[in-house]
Ligand binder design. Structure first.
Ligand SMILES: NC(=O)c1ccc[n+]([C@@H]2O[C@H](COP(=O)([O-])OP(=O)(O)OC[C@H]3O[C@@H](n4cnc5c(N)ncnc54)[C@H](O)[C@@H]3O)[C@@H](O)[C@H]2O)c1
Length: 339
């Protein structure tokens, strides 16, 4: 069964391609390499013993997308990761984000509607909840005004899919709202490859420990949380990847409850920034150089998932721990820095 994975050489996409191939799917990747490296293909091949089909293509090119789908009418599902994802950059360059994240989604949906099997999985984010009023966060928690153009593309993206599903019974779609993806494959053959200064905590930690960054700043220790630092739900990227395979299988098997569904993908457990640092120090044996800095504008205090819907209805559950994630992230960092 042939599956298209857009953005399949990126962080989450590459781990998902591995899990799809492990389950016997034939994978076609489209990526324009705007935020990834062609070397990732080698990592996927080394882990799975199989090289996915790869097309270097910018999904903003509508004609090329149409040509691609004409040549691959036998696709049974599309997992759409391709997007620009830097929150700060999206504030600086909103049109770039709206153009890349929304145009590509629209062209993809149009093409999926022309397939025999119109199965579609979308990368959404817990950012749609903003600072939710109650923890843990349920899927029916209100969607709050987006804090950034990036976040807005996820909200609008979900609306576009929902509206399209409403009038197309044959289209079956699932939005997976990821909490905070971290870690790397245990083989250390694929992992996160941030361009420039990492925006996320875990790559900043591993790069600091590897000597690429001088010091980690913990933004605020006066939040109303047990140790004063912000709390997030860190989900191991391999668990997250497996959620995509399960969601796709649900659509292929037609066991979905309606033709548009939304699931939280997290562990259900919140961890503070200081707990993440402690976990890293424990599994790596390294002492991390960090300091407490003032709060950063736009940071919410806490966000962690209620996972009962994904556990009970989707039949997926996170299995790996924060320690597993930190260990794999550190092994990956050491591998790419030749440490
Ligand atoms: N990493 C996170 O923290 C996180 C959290 C929630 C949601 N998401 C979403 O998950 C998805 C994957 O995230 P990721 O962390 O793997 O990001 P990533 O940047 O590592 O992967 C995205 C991939 O898409 C490709 N791409 C971007 N625009 C493209 C285009 N126009 N045509 C073809 N390829 C294109 C990039 O080259 C990259 O390989 C994104 O949609 C992101 O918004 C990520």
């Amino acid at each position: 069964m042939k599956v298209l994975v857009t953005g399949g050489l990126g962080f989450i996409g590459s781990h998902t391609v591995v899990e799809l191939q492990n389950k016997g799917f034939e994978v076609v990747i489209i990526d324009d390499l705007s935020n990834s490296s062609i070397d990732v293909l080698e990592g996927i091949t080394a882990i799975t013993g199989k090289t996915p089909i790869f097309e270097k293509l910018d999904l903003k090119d509508k004609l090329k997308v149409e040509t691609f789908f004409n040549a691959h009418k036998d696709i049974v599902g599309v997992i759409h990761f391709a997007a620009s994802k830097a929150v700060g950059e999206s504030v600086e360059k909103p049109l770039l984000y709206y153009e890349n994240n929304l145009n590509t989604l629209i062209y993809m949906l149009k093409s999926v509607l022309g397939l025999q099997a119109s199965n579609f999985i979308f990368s959404s984010s817990c950012t749609v909840y903003g600072q939710a009023d109650t923890m843990p966060i349920l899927e029916n928690a209100p969607v709050k005004p987006a804090e950034s153009p990036y976040g807005n593309t996820k909200q609008i993206g979900e609306e576009i899919i929902k509206d399209t599903c409403k009038v197309n019974d044959d289209l079956n779609a699932i939005s997976l709202r990821y909490f905070n993806p971290v870690g790397a494959h245990e083989s250390a053959k694929i992992g996160e490859l941030p361009l420039g200064v990492p925006q996320n905590l875990v790559p900043f930690i591993t790069q600091t420990a590897a000597g690429l960054r001088k010091q980690l700043s913990v933004f605020g220790d006066d939040y109303p949380t047990p140790d004063g630092t912000c709390i997030r739900d860190y989900i191991h990227v391999v668990d997250l990847a497996k959620a995509h395979v399960i969601a796709l299988q649900r659509l292929i098997d037609k066991t979905n409850a309606s033709n548009y569904e939304v699931f939280n993908i997290g562990t259900g457990k919140g961890s503070s920034v200081l707990e993440v640092i402690k976990s890293f120090e424990k599994v790596s044996g390294e002492k991390l150089n960090y300091k407490i800095a003032p709060r950063r504008a736009g940071d919410i205090t806490k966000a962690y998932a209620d996972t009962s819907k994904s556990n009970n209805e989707l039949g997926w559950k996170a299995e790996l721990t924060l320690d597993d994630a930190m260990r794999s992230a550190w092994n990956w960092e050491k591998k790419i820095r030749n440490l």
